[in-house]
Structure formats: C-alpha cells, structure tokens
Design a protein around this ligand. Structure first.
Ligand SMILES: CC(C)(COP(=O)(O)OP(=O)(O)OC[C@H]1O[C@@H](n2cnc3c(N)ncnc32)[C@H](O)[C@@H]1OP(=O)(O)O)[C@@H](O)C(=O)NCCC(=O)NCCS
Length: 160
C-alpha cells in the first residue's frame, strides 16, 4: 500500500444525486426497475468514494440493500451517499434513496444500502485511502457501526 495521505472530513465527500424516473427506467408495474436503482446507488457511492479519496475506486460489495417502497414513473429519485468509515484501502458508503412527488413535494424513503469501495494505487492494487475525520456525534456513531458491519463482512468472505 502507498503512504498515508491526508485525512478528509466526512462532510466533504457527501453526494446528492437526483434522477427523474422516465418510463424507460420502469418495470412492467410502472415503478423504477430495481436493477436501475442499484446502478444509481453504485454511481452515487462511487462519486462519494472518489470525492473522499481522489483515487480510482472499485465496488467490492453491496450489502443490506433493501427496497422499502417503490419509486413511480414521473417521480424524482433522490440519492444521498456518504462515507461512513474508512478502514485501510476500503471504505463503507451508505446510500439512501428517496422518492419525491414533483407535484406535492412529498418525500419517502424507498431504499438504502451499504456499499464497500476499495481505493486503488497506480499499480491497480488496493492502496491506503485518506483517513476519515468525523466532526459530529452522528458521524462518529456511523463510523463505529460501520466497523461492526465490516467485521461481519470480513467473516463472511470466502477463504482461498
Ligand atoms: C475489491 C478488490 C480490489 C479487493 O482486492 P483483493 O486482492 O481481494 O485485496 P485484499 O484482500 O488486500 O483486500 C483489500 C481491501 O478490500 C476489502 N475487501 C475485499 N473484498 C471485499 C468484500 N467482498 N467486501 C468488502 N470489502 C472487501 C478488504 O477488506 C481490504 O480492505 P482494507 O484495505 O480496508 O483492509 C478485488 O477483489 C477486485 O478487484 N474485485 C473486483 C472489483 C470490481 O470489478 N468491481 C466492479 C466494477 S467497479
């Protein structure tokens, strides 16, 4: 791994991505297709990871992806991504997806997920990511909870 680079504030890499749900994004029920929503989640998380690291990053895993409700065609999908914790080369990004009715403005939580990205060095191998600086109690709590999830992920990794 490369040398430690400078630490970054958790608040500095947050991403908000909005997407109007066109008919081409829908399943046969008129709701945003789950695979499309997963693509948006991966994209929003990748942007947060790149903002934090300013390095090339790859998706290592997506877990606890849950769809709580549909996003209808004609609604706005709002994706919010934040880096919860940085470990070595890997980091956990939390993504939430809300639907917004463009007429009423009503917003509902539709989906959330935890995505692990890995930063790569010039050699294409995992490389140390900048440390994450938390400023609020909420950010510190998220980092502590992410560490517990990471331990569970590592325990589930297939052994060579
Ligand atoms: C993710 C990847 C870079 C890890 O490489 P690796 O040779 O297994 O490297 P290591 O075992 O040294 O692990 C590197 C880091 O990745 C983490 N990691 C590896 N697999 C993981 C998984 N399935 N879930 C979560 N974290 C994982 C490790 O915990 C480690 O984190 P740390 O540096 O913070 O301690 C490699 O498996 C890969 O390239 N996968 C394909 C990525 C891809 O194509 N994604 C889709 C398109 S972007």
């Amino acid at each position: 791994m490369s040398e430690l680079t400078s630490a970054k504030l958790a608040s500095s890499s947050r991403v908000e991505m909005t997407q109007f749900v066109l008919p081409g994004y829908a399943n046969s029920f008129g709701n945003a297709f789950g695979g499309r929503v997963m693509q948006w989640i991966d994209l929003a998380a990748a942007m947060a990871a790149m903002r934090h690291t300013r390095m090339p990053v790859v998706t290592a895993s997506i877990d606890q992806l849950a769809f709580h409700g549909p996003i209808r065609v004609g609604q706005i999908a709002i994706l919010k991504a934040r880096v919860n914790a940085v470990f070595g080369s890997s980091m956990e990004i939390e993504v939430t997806v809300e639907s917004e009715d463009p007429r009423s403005g009503e917003q509902r939580l539709c989906c959330d997920a935890f995505v692990t990205f890995v930063a790569l060095g010039k050699d294409g191998k995992p490389a140390k990511a900048p440390l994450l600086l938390t400023e609020t109690e909420d950010e510190a709590r998220r980092a502590a909870e992410a560490a517990v999830r990471r331990a569970e992920r590592i325990a589930k990794r297939p052994r060579p």
